[in-house]
Design a protein around this ligand. Sequence first.
Ligand code: CP
Length: 318
Amino acid sequence: MTTTVPSRPAANPILKTSGPDLLRDLDLTDDELGYLLELAADVKRFPSDYAQALRGKSIALLFEKPSLRTRLTFELAAKQLGGNSVFCEGPVGGREPLKDVARNVDRWVNGIVARVFSHDTVEELARWSSAPVINALSDMYHPCQALADVQTIRERFGAQEKVKVAFIGDGNNVAHSLMITAVRLGMNFTLGCPQGFLPNPEVVVQAEGLASLSGAALAITHDPRAAAEGAHAIYTDVWVSMGQERETARRKKAFQPFQVNEELFALARPDAIFLHCLPARRGEEATDAVMESDRSAIFDQAENRLHAQKALLLMMLS
Ligand code: CP
């Protein structure tokens, strides 16, 4: 077997030219997405080469919802690149209009990372902020998660292999971002979800257009077994997200046949990996056996949040 040493990306980061913000996955061009993944891999291999890259730069994290991975990886990314971060938790715009929040914070920092309930909130922040705004999860998209997801898949299978990614669960924000990002990169993508939990139809239309350009296959099925069949990566997420607690009983009933257990995982390729954005409710959307199996890549995926977001900050704030 020959091992290929990846070439290093250009010494001067490509700056984001498609617009200042990352609110949706489509706010990156194909070239920017490709470069980001190359840069994320390089940052992971040679972290000390980037230790001063954001010296003197600061980001503000405005979070309406709890977070472990996103908060810590953005804070560490800023610090390990030589910059700073400040964190503020609570309703963004709860005390004053969003346009005032944006025009205060942009005077102090070089970038705003916002985790919000409504996607409209990040759109409104971006409308008023002169500093770039990064969506750290909204009800529509989780673009930072998708970057780490595809980085993890490429690490296992390479950039050239025609992989099948099966997302089994809710057609939610995580599914939206992964669907868009995977098919852009030419990965086949199948969503297996119960009736009534389809993704946003506009996102599906966009993904279909991107799939036709890249040659990827895009499918949506209500049969979890068909979704899992022959997949390189099986991905799931919680059945009840923050803010959906009142729907718990209905959701648990609908999603039970979509649990990723050993039987369902066995339908994927023998070398398939298991992915989950985390946090998980073990024993619901995925069993302990799958999450702890030697084919589970969930902690590599979580690690890659750090590297992917370092690349993103380099591209957006350098
Ligand atoms: N996956 C993810 O966004 O994790 P946190 O909610 O912990 O940030």
